[in-house]
Design a protein around this ligand. Structure first.
Ligand SMILES: [Zn+2]
Length: 305
């Protein structure tokens, strides 16, 4: 999973630091990151390379003894309304943050997407949501506060679930119409206020495919900073939907393009206009007590990636 960077160690304790010449600086422009490639490996600029760029720096975290900072094109000083133009640096280019899904090395990719999560938070909270005054960064913890009304804002992490609904050797997967992410994915969705993660599982499966589930069991969690999310993975057993079962669906011919459907899978008609569902015989996926295989945490977001 994306946070598995062993033997590297991620340290996210907040420190009130300013960067030194050899520290890595994450520079984002919208959904792009400034990087260069050293062979196949991503590399971020250091402060020494960015000396000419007059921005604000925020300490992010460390991985082993390497410190990472965020270059913010906005200042938190009053009367500084316009962002600086995107920095350009010889040998570097802006790449879409989706490269973090597959980039080498894994700890560098994890650093990049985690930094982008915080970049979005700093950008979205330049002004107080209560009174409109300029926010200020705190120096004791990762928090922004309003000097006028004392509003305090902490980084936003949205809980969401992803669930492998199983029945025997079958697992339920879905595909969304009108999304940029075109592969099949497990059912997933954000928790609503006042709802437990288990209730989110039951609701999302019902909303998206019209099935009741039972035996909902927590499996593992995963930070998924592409959508500011902490994903809680579950397994559940297929309950019932009147007149339909997963095995019956698997026996039906697949109406979708053949290239997108592996052998042994089938697609049933969607209970909603936005969703198609397949019951796929993915032999490598099992309920956790039956085998060691992990659920496929590849959904870019039922949550768009
Ligand atoms: Zn305020």
């Amino acid at each position: 999973m994306i946070q598995d960077i062993t033997p590297r160690i991620y340290h996210n304790e907040y420190k009130d630091l300013q960067p030194k010449d050899n520290d890595f600086i994450l520079v984002f422009h919208e959904n792009k990151v400034l990087v260069r490639y050293q062979g196949e490996k991503l590399r971020y600029p250091t402060l020494a390379e960015l000396r000419e760029y007059p921005c604000t720096y925020h300490y992010l975290f460390s991985i082993d003894n390497f410190q990472y900072f965020l270059a913010s094109p906005f200042s938190f000083a009053p009367n500084f309304e316009e962002p600086l133009p995107p920095v350009t640096l010889c040998g570097y280019s802006y790449e879409d943050i989706r490269i973090f899904r597959t980039a080498n090395s894994r700890h560098t990719a994890f650093a990049g997407i985690t930094a982008h999560h915080l970049f979005g938070w700093y950008q979205a909270n330049r002004f107080c949501g209560r009174c409109g005054h300029h926010m200020q960064p705190d120096h004791k913890e990762r928090m922004l506060f309003c000097p006028k009304c004392r509003n305090m804002v902490y980084p936003r992490i949205s809980p969401a679930v992803i669930v492998g609904v199983t029945k025997g050797d079958y697992i339920l997967m879905s595909k969304y119409a009108g999304r940029t992410y075109t592969n099949y994915a497990l059912i997933a969705g954000f928790s609503e206020i006042g709802e437990s993660a288990e209730q989110t599982v039951a609701r999302e499966v019902m909303e998206e495919v019209g099935l009741k589930v039972k035996n909902i069991r927590y499996y593992k969690s995963q930070p998924w900073s592409f959508s500011d999310t902490l994903l809680f993975g579950f397994f559940a057993k297929n309950g019932f939907r009147p007149g339909f079962s997963l095995r019956e669906a698997a026996a039906q011919p697949a109406p979708a393009p053949a290239a997108e459907v592996s052998p042994g899978t089938a697609i049933m008609s969607s209970p909603t206009e936005h969703t198609q569902v397949i019951a796929s015989s993915l032999s490598r996926v099992r309920a956790p007590e039956a085998a060691a295989a992990e659920p496929i945490f590849t959904t870019g977001k039922n949550p768009e990636p």
